[in-house]
Design a protein around this ligand. Sequence first.
Ligand code: ADP
Length: 308
Amino acid sequence: MSVGWQSTRGGGSGGAGGSGEAGGSSPGYARLGIPPRLALAEPRSADPWLPRASDAPCGDPPASPDPPAPPDPRGDPPAPPASNDRAIIRLDHVSRVYQVGESEVRALDDVSLDLAPGEFAAIMGPSGSGKSTMLNVLGCLDTPTSGSYVLDGEPVEKLSEDQLAEVRQRKIGFIFQAYHLVGRMTAARNVELPLIFAGVESRVRRDRVRAALEAVGLTKRMTHRPDQLSGGERQRVAIARAMVMEPRILLADEPTGNLDTKSGEEIVALLERLNAVGLTLVLVTHDPGVGAHARRVLRMRDGRIVEA
Ligand code: ADP
């Protein structure tokens, strides 16, 4: 398992302030606003929150210096261009149907969708249009009634509960409107929980927790419990917790819904920084101001994507 946060030099919690050594060696960190101490502590290959080699940012041209060969008039016709083979999320005719008494509710109705690595998509639409169902399916919290879902190259629609839990742990971070932090635990402990569940050893956990909280600007609040934090700070803890396992995808359900405008803007700015270094970001929002930050808006109505 990749444990990018673990590589703080000396293996301690990295309490010493940053020296000038190699401080600018990790532009990804600089772009994230991560303090230089972490930037110098992490070799680029182990950087968390940075795209893996396979995750070229969406929209980049393929790294092929050669122009396409002209069709050979004597040979077979050229193969049609591949569909979006780089999709990290691919839904193919997915439906999620609930049986309510005698009637069926088609919460998702024949939805097909490709999202490339590094996309930032906002799911918008009226209440009841299927946004939460969509996020639950994307996050492997729910499974389609029909259709196929390929997540990062792996068909997931037929996996068992345990297998789905494993996929979630490896690939997906979640943040929610109501934060869902454990109230009696400190910020650090909340962020540590996914690492404990994943069996990461304690020394590594400590470094990664510190780095995650540092990345969201909360080192001074590590020992605070959620009720000692503002809403924006709680959501930042939740983001650190979502990111500490280095997921490839972050799913956010109304992440600014409980926040005042300024805190909401700070959270969106933080999410944008994560997306800018390659994280695939999908969020549900009612707020057009938040949706305007997304590079792609998926508008839903009656279980369908009516605009993408
Ligand atoms: P949104 O998030 O856009 O408000 P939802 O995905 O929650 O929409 O719901 C889409 C439709 O599916 C709604 O008609 C809702 O009533 C229905 N629905 C959602 N969850 C269930 C469920 N567990 N049982 C029955 N119907 C459901």
